[in-house]
Ligand binder design. Structure first.
Ligand SMILES: Cc1cc2nc3c(=O)[nH]c(=O)nc-3n(C[C@H](O)[C@H](O)[C@H](O)COP(=O)(O)OP(=O)(O)OC[C@H]3O[C@@H](n4cnc5c(N)ncnc54)[C@H](O)[C@@H]3O)c2cc1C
Length: 366
């Protein structure tokens, strides 16, 4: 099989590239190892007697000054679903000695924006702009090789090994994951290999916990749902309720380091409910649903370096010039310009996509 462009990774960056190239009449094929699109964007759908919504277990927030995110929402007709992070009321701080302090301002994400149904709504809207066979899921790319008439991309799907020949290949995944999962021929030189291995993947070592509730009992007590704790397991907590309110929810980033979390998901979930009950009252003990996602255990996002290392935005990124006679391109949020401060964020995924679309369309126009 032959195609113009193969994009490895169906996260926000890869999907945005695919949507724009497809709109320009260029044949694209997006391959992803996962059985779903979105990569780090991962919203759990909840529907119950109290309403329907999506709980974001990966990213939740974007900001009004992020011009690419705001423009994409408009382009995809999603503006009506944008709502502000709930932050009215007091925050709760839990100290090591068990003392609880209610005050304004701590851990507030006031002004940040969320999307109705979770950010899955965004990647679903992007995917819907592509032809149904433009995206192939459950497809692990294992090797990328420069050949006379383009680039061979070898992948495993349904237990079978196959190859597609493409004129252009885009690596739209964290550089560390690419380095660990794909064999390149010719191999990267030592400098590029080092850059790939030393580019941290934003939030890869994190875990998130969410609990959905029938009522917003914290709001009824004048609390915003924001909280910080020195005891944990949740280090930082926020309201995660849906656009219209119900289903109501709280979520927290797990403060326990990745190295101490492995295999302890059940204990962490139980301890998180106990913590929410200490901080927000007895009604927190009875969630209607709970979700836990440890990204450090997800080998398509995190590597050993992310599990061990401190949380860091990419301070060093792979060179973003095209490689292999302009047939191999780097996208993904970690490859966005470090000077913009967007690298690692959703906005960075779009920044990198914009660069690659320009690089490929200008090459094809020659
Ligand atoms: C817990 C958490 C919270 C976050 N919060 C925020 C936030 O609030 N705001 C914000 O702006 N950003 C946030 N981020 C960061 C944000 O999620 C990322 O910037 C963005 O989603 C990255 O998109 P991407 O397309 O670059 O990469 P990814 O979403 O990582 O997509 C890469 C894809 O490549 C696939 N892949 C990898 N290797 C292969 C292979 N060999 N073969 C086939 N497929 C492969 C993977 O399966 C994956 O689907 C958060 C991240 C996490 C984990």
């Amino acid at each position: 099989m032959k195609t113009d462009v193969v994009i490895i990774g169906a996260g926000l960056s890869g999907l945005r590239i695919a949507q724009q190239l497809h709109a320009a009449g260029i044949d694209v094929k997006v391959l992803d190892s996962r059985k779903r699109v979105g990569g780090r964007i991962h919203s759990k759908h909840i529907a119950n007697d109290f309403g329907e919504g999506g709980l974001d277990m990966g990213p939740s927030w974007f900001w009004p000054w992020q011009k690419r995110m705001m423009a994409l929402m408009q382009e995809l007709d999603l503006e009506a679903g944008i709502y502000e992070q709930y932050s009215d009321g007091l925050s709760v701080a839990e100290y090591r000695n068990g003392q609880l302090l209610k005050q304004a301002g701590i851990a507030s994400m006031a002004g940040s924006l969320r999307l109705k149904g979770g950010l899955k709504t965004l990647v679903d809207a992007l995917s819907s702009r592509l032809a149904s066979d433009d995206i192939q899921l459950d497809t692990q790319v294992t090797a990328v090789a420069m050949v006379d008439d383009g680039v061979d991309v070898s992948y495993r799907h349904n237990g079978e090994l196959n190859t597609i020949v493409a004129s252009h290949v885009v690596l739209a995944a964290p550089p560390r994951v690419i380095a660990q999962t794909i064999q390149f021929s010719p191999a990267w030189d030592a400098n590029n290999q080092d850059l790939m291995n030393h580019t941290p993947t934003w939030m890869a070592g994190q875990a998130k916990f969410s609990a959905s509730y029938a009522k917003p009992f914290w709001r009824e007590q004048g609390l915003s749902g924001d909280g910080v704790s020195e005891i944990g397991p949740l280090g930082e907590i926020h309201d995660a309720s849906s656009a219209s309110g119900a289903p109501y929810a709280l979520f927290g980033f797990v403060g326990v380091p990745a190295s101490a979390r492995g295999g302890r998901g059940e204990d962490i979930k139980e301890a998180a409910i106990e913590q929410l009950t200490r901080m927000f009252g007895s009604e927190a003990a009875s969630p209607t649903a709970i979700f836990y996602k440890d990204w450090a255990e997800d080998n398509l996002t995190a590597t050993d370096s992310d599990r061990a290392g401190p949380r860091a935005h990419a301070h060093q990124t792979v060179t973003t010039e095209p490689h292999w006679n302009q047939s191999l391109y780097w996208a993904g949020s970690e490859t966005a310009s470090t000077s913009s401060g967007d690298n690692g964020y959703l906005e960075g995924a779009l920044d990198a996509a914009e660069r690659v679309v320009e690089q490929i369309t200008s090459k094809l126009a020659v």
